[in-house]
Design a protein around this ligand. Structure first.
Ligand code: SF4
Length: 313
């Protein structure tokens, strides 16, 4: 008699994971994944983290091949920091709409309008945009990076308006802020968070700074996904409302089996972060695809902005 479907799926996944393990050894490869990736991808990854954690990891890699489970700008950052490595993005269409909301020409125009200003780009931007900027930042270090710029110098912040405004209010500092945004975080509504708060009155509300202002206002803690993991582990609270992309729930629940985590809405799903699955990781290792490279002329300038961030964080 045939095995039930769930049993067949489990056996198939085992086979995929086993083949991935063999190919990792043969290719001297590592699989790293962002906290928003699907559960099955996070489960097979050697390392999961937020953008800053993944950037640091990429800068210190020993393996020759990196399978980067995330979106294109993240794989580009790894390729910039580790140019001698083969960086693979298992789905070449995994992009980021926020990163696409600004071009290098837009940054050059802003700089022409604000001569002498320091240009800071959120890591969620293309390599070409980073190349036009002085400093890169992530959601976990954005305030620290902007605070490192002398108070008398004007600051341009691109592309995330919500992170920009969060930093502006933290530092009480005027900034020229681009109006890009993350469509996934923008789908989280005030009513969603209020409903979860009412259902779980003891819960701590953790929100990502990419959330719109009404959500940031409702949050007890504004944190990157890496900071959310650290906070949930250290906190004496037992329940958390998590206002960010739902993929983070996998890591939070795994690391804290005795605590409860609630997402305010099923809409908080980034379609680009869900483009990679275990099979695509396998194909990436089998065929060494899709290799992400950054032209040297862009990489040299973008690396300066990223390394300036890493030195400060
Ligand atoms: S969650 Fe938002 S910022 Fe992150 S990759 Fe998806 S669209 Fe881009």
């Amino acid at each position: 008699m045939d095995a039930p479907v769930s049993e067949r799926n489990r056996r198939m996944m085992e086979t995929i994971e086993q083949r991935i393990e063999v190919l990792k050894r043969e290719r001297n490869a590592i699989v790293i994944a962002h906290n928003y990736e699907p559960d099955e991808v996070q489960a097979l990854a050697d390392f999961t983290g937020d953008s800053l954690e993944l950037s640091r990891k990429a800068a210190a890699l020993e393996e020759e091949t990196v399978v980067f489970c995330g979106v294109r700008f993240m794989a580009e950052t790894a390729a910039i920091l580790a140019p001698e490595k083969t960086v693979l993005l298992p789905d070449r269409h995994a992009g980021c709409p926020m990163a696409d909301m600004i071009s290098p020409e837009d940054v050059r125009e802003l700089k022409a309008k604000h001569p002498g200003a320091a240009a800071v780009c959120y890591v969620n931007s293309s390599a070409a945009v980073k190349a036009e900027c002085d400093l890169c930042c992530t959601s976990s270090n954005a305030a620290k990076i902007v605070a490192s710029i002398p108070a008398e110098r004007e600051v341009i912040f691109v592309p995330d308006t919500h992170l920009g405004h969060h930093v502006r209010s933290l530092l009480d500092r005027e900034m020229v802020i681009w109006d890009g945004y993350c469509p996934t975080h923008s789908r989280i509504r005030e009513a969603d968070v209020l409903r979860e708060k009412a259902a779980h009155p003891e819960a701590v509300v953790m929100a990502h700074p990419e959330c719109p202002e009404p959500i940031r206002r409702l949050a007890d803690e504004l944190l990157s996904t890496g900071q959310m993991c650290a906070f949930a582990k250290a906190s004496s609270a037992r329940e958390f409302v998590v206002a960010t992309e739902r993929g983070i729930l996998y890591r939070l629940r795994n690391e804290n089996p005795d605590k409860r985590f609630y997402s305010p809405t099923a809409r908080a799903v980034c379609p680009n972060m869900k483009k990679i699955d275990a099979e695509k990781v396998l194909w990436a290792l089998e065929d060494l695809k899709y290799r992400v490279t950054v032209p040297e002329e862009i990489a040299v300038r973008a690396r300066k902005a990223i390394e300036a961030m890493l030195a400060l964080s």
